[in-house]
Design a protein around this ligand. Structure first.
Ligand code: TYD
Ligand code: MG
Length: 451
């Protein structure tokens, strides 16, 4: 077969050059030219028009997409109810977080139902995969393995064996011979993903593509692929606790923001269906600087602990360090507390969402504020109290969405008092002790009087 014609495209201005050059001749940027397979010169080619069909004439199919369930409830939920036939799913995450383990478990779920599946690994040998499978108790009757780094050969194997689901682990190690660049380069990663898309759409095989994310940059990682694939799942972990969180950041077949929770154990990944209970298990009681908030992750209410430490800085500028929470909101809350009479400008502030969750919605404000104020005043937040609500710039507490599921989750886990925006408290169901607050000052008074 004749080698496909190559060309070089500038990442900045999209300008095309026939040769690689250090400097883009179109926009003058340095080191921005990337290799790609040239599309045929449209001017010279006779163009057949795309087949346009009237919307009403397009057949609906049999009740929407065909889905296969993995049997791993947390994964199926995040996918929006199972894996859609012919879809391309990208699973991103740091190396070692457990992507291969999760996907092998998913393939096990399919294989047990007799669904033919294929696992192509460019990272591990057949023996290594077999040993891992053994440890995880994978039943491999309809699971086909290939240790291969050439995408063309993987594609041919998928076409020959016709599995319903194929895993390609990982996009960084598999290469397309059409492109001369090294494995893992942006051009390679993009080409492999593009060919996966064509393969999935052409054959109806659902393809799960693994992509490592580097801590520093996302170059050659999932970021350059997001627009190409149907679904992007991000697998994240808290190295200290073994907790793993899977979330959909893009999904053409379901809601984004859905969250699945797992725990890495010696016997593989274990599902954590009651995430609130797991997150609160190790909660420090009777200490200042911790508060429980009711967050929403996708459609699920989740109780999570926020921890804060407010300390005296050394001679350097006070630190504002945040893990799992939005730093700009913490800065805003510190400023609001300062105005409410607590001096914060001369203090170090550390805020952490325990258990590796990310509390980024404004409703987490009250929980963060209570944790910070509790540490600053050395007053404990009562252990039966949970808080949620958005804090505004003038110290007002504003209503948030999904009040009812948040209240129910708190009540289900035995929180007898929920501090919430006054508007929410008005409509609270009977029997629930909801303390409505209008301002940050009222929250601070509760902390002082609550013990
Ligand atoms: P892996 O799935 O290889 O990560 P990734 O594919 O995302 O790079 O998981 C690797 C880590 O998981 C490794 O540090 C060991 C741990 N692990 C367990 O703790 N228990 C297990 O049963 C397995 C298979 C892995
Ligand atoms: Mg792996």
């Amino acid at each position: 077969m004749a080698k496909a014609k190559r060309q070089f495209r500038c990442k900045e201005c999209e300008g095309i050059s026939a040769k690689w050059m250090g400097k883009c001749p179109d926009c003058g940027a340095w080191n921005t030219l990337e290799e790609q397979v040239a599309e045929g010169a449209t001017g010279a080619r006779k163009v057949t028009p795309a087949a346009a069909v009237r919307l009403a004439d397009v057949p609906m199919g049999s009740g929407g997409e065909v889905r296969v369930r993995t049997g791993i409830q947390e994964l199926d939920n995040v996918l929006g109810g199972g894996l859609v036939a012919g879809s391309l799913v990208l699973i991103g995450g740091d190396p070692g977080v457990g992507k291969s383990t999760l996907l092998l478990a998913a393939l096990d779920g399919f294989s047990r139902k007799g669904v033919p599946v294929m696992y192509a690994s460019g990272e591990e040998s057949l023996q290594q995969v077999r040993m891992r499978a053994e440890r995880l108790g994978v039943q491999g009757d309809s699971l086909w393995l290939a240790a291969e780094t050439d995408f063309g050969r993987i594609e041919a194997a998928v076409r020959a064996e016709q599995p319903r689901v194929a895993v390609i682990d990982s996009v960084q190690t598999v290469t397309s011979s059409e492109i001369g660049s090294v494995p893992g380069s942006v051009a390679q990663v993009r080409e492999v993903a593009h060919r996966c898309m064509l393969l999935a759409k052409g054959t109806g095989v659902a393809i799960l593509l693994v992509g490592h994310v580097t801590k520093t940059g996302e170059l050659a990682g999932p970021k350059v692929l997001e627009h190409l694939v149907d679904t992007v799942l991000q697998f994240e972990g808290d190295p200290s606790s073994g907790l793993r969180v899977l979330r959909a950041t893009k999904n053409r077949f379901g809601a984004v923001g859905e969250l699945g929770m797992f725990e890495m154990t010696d016997g593989g990944l274990r599902e954590v269906p009651d995430a609130s209970a797991r997150l609160l298990e190790e909660r420090a009681r009777g200490a200042s600087g911790t508060a429980v908030t009711c967050a929403m992750e996708g459609s699920r209410a989740l109780l999570a602990e926020v921890q804060a430490l407010v300390g005296h800085p050394g001679p350097q500028i006070p630190a504002r360090t945040c893990v799992g929470v939005d730093r700009s909101r913490v800065l805003m809350l510190c400023a609001v507390l300062q105005k409410a009479g607590l001096s914060m400008h001369d203090r170090d502030v550390f805020v952490n969402a325990a258990g590796g969750v990310r509390l980024v919605e404004p409703a987490a404000d009250l929980g963060m504020l209570a944790a910070i104020a509790s540490s600053r005043m050395d007053r404990t937040v009562p252990s039966d109290m949970a808080l949620f609500g958005e804090v505004g710039l003038v110290g007002e507490v504003r209503a948030t969405t999904h009040a009812l599921p948040r209240l129910k989750e708190a009540s289900r886990h035995g929180f007898s008092r929920v501090v919430a925006p006054a508007r929410v408290a008005k409509d609270a169901p009977e029997g629930m002790n909801v303390v409505g607050v209008r301002s940050v000052r009222e929250v601070l008074e509760l902390l002082v009087d609550g013990n």
